[in-house]
Design a protein. Structure first.
Length: 352
């Protein structure tokens, strides 16, 4: 419990200090980011049995001894496992290694892109850390590369984006969305266009039973196979609460869309990538797990977008109300993850 509580309180205090004190981080941001990188990599590296996928990955780490083992996994992921083990490191050290890689690129991307880096770190730890460092390890790395490449996508550094996309694909198939996002970000949309598209996508979500079969027929075999894997015998679409949560965040950004564009020029194209996630969410809404996994790849951008809200030219009472709502939302998601027996209480390899 103390690991989670201390992490939460420390990051919340640092975030509030950052937001309310303009000069606080002038010479300390690098040290704070490095400190967070080391601390949260160690926490993820020394855990034992924490995360719903922990023992699945422990089995993989134990039994992947040559590149051909567990052939259904991406080759780059298997290569790294074999390499680290060949250097004499323990199986448990792989949890630290992959966590460090994920957090290195994630925090580096945050530092380059976010208006309030520590607040972005707070949002990442409370909303995504457990789900994509403790659990979805491979997709977590791909998502970290996505955040790391945001500036390069904006500046159209095609060669770098392509290179990292290829590297990411050797670790998890979801990295393909980095390149999809690169091309999608070139399109032009107005707020009116987003509103119309949002309404159409919500209608598509709640009528997916009508068009699902035709849509699946058009999908490549690889996508159909992935959907079957995620479904794992479970039939059913996304729930109304999941749709509502994503819709409320979209509405918040659209209400202040024109003002947010004035806060920072980067908001417009980052939001474009974020909206793409909702498009995929609607397209695959007939299979909850698959739709959520794809959408979460783009939802990571919330850690960059939400801090823009705090820079709006609105009265301070409304701004503080929005800050409190954002913190309450992140806290609720954090606590909900801790209600799962796989995540709480925190156990380490030293006490196993």
């Amino acid at each position: 419990m103390y690991v989670y509580l201390l992490s939460y309180i420390t990051l919340l205090v640092l975030s509030l200090k950052e937001i309310t004190t303009s000069r606080f981080y002038s010479g300390n941001i690098n040290k704070l980011i490095i400190g967070c990188l080391l601390v949260f990599s160690i926490i993820a590296g020394i855990r034992y049995g924490i995360g719903t996928d922990y023992f699945n990955y422990l089995e993989i780490f134990n039994y992947v001894n040559v590149i051909s083992d567990y052939g259904y996994l991406e080759p780059g992921f298997r290569f790294v496992i074999v390499l680290i083990k060949s250097l004499g490191f323990s199986v448990e050290s792989l949890f630290f290694f992959f966590s460090f890689i994920t957090l290195f690129y994630m925090f580096y991307g945050i530092k380059k892109t976010s208006i309030y880096p520590m607040f972005s770190v707070f949002l990442f730890i409370t909303v995504f850390y457990i789900g994509y460092v403790f659990n979805g390890v491979r997709q977590g790395i791909a998502m970290a590369l996505f955040v790391y490449l945001l500036i390069d996508i904006e500046q159209r550094n095609f060669k770098k984006v392509l290179l990292y996309t290829i590297i990411g694909l050797t670790l998890h198939f979801s990295a393909i969305f980095i390149m999809v996002g690169y091309f999608f970000s070139r399109l032009k949309f107005s707020r009116k266009s987003y509103v119309i598209l949002t309404v159409l996508l919500v209608v598509a979500i709640f009528t997916n039973h009508i068009w699902t079969n035709a849509f699946m027929y058009l999908m490549p075999d690889y996508i159909q196979t992935k959907i079957d894997i995620y479904a794992n015998g479970i039939v059913g679409g996304i729930d109304s609460i999941g749709v509502l949560q994503r819709l409320l965040l979209l509405i918040l950004f659209l209400i202040y869309y024109n003002k947010l564009k004035m806060v920072n020029a980067s908001f417009e194209w980052i939001f474009k990538l974020y909206f793409l996630g909702f498009v995929f969410y609607a397209m695959f809404s007939f299979q909850e797990m698959f739709a959520t996994r794809i959408n979460m790849f783009f939802r990571i951008l919330e850690i960059i977008l939400l801090p823009y809200i705090l820079c709006l030219d609105i009265n301070k009472y409304k701004k503080w109300s929005l800050l409190i709502i954002i913190i309450a939302w992140a806290t609720l998601l954090f606590v909900s993850q801790l209600t799962h027996s796989f995540n709480f209480p925190f156990r380490t390899i030293f006490g196993k």
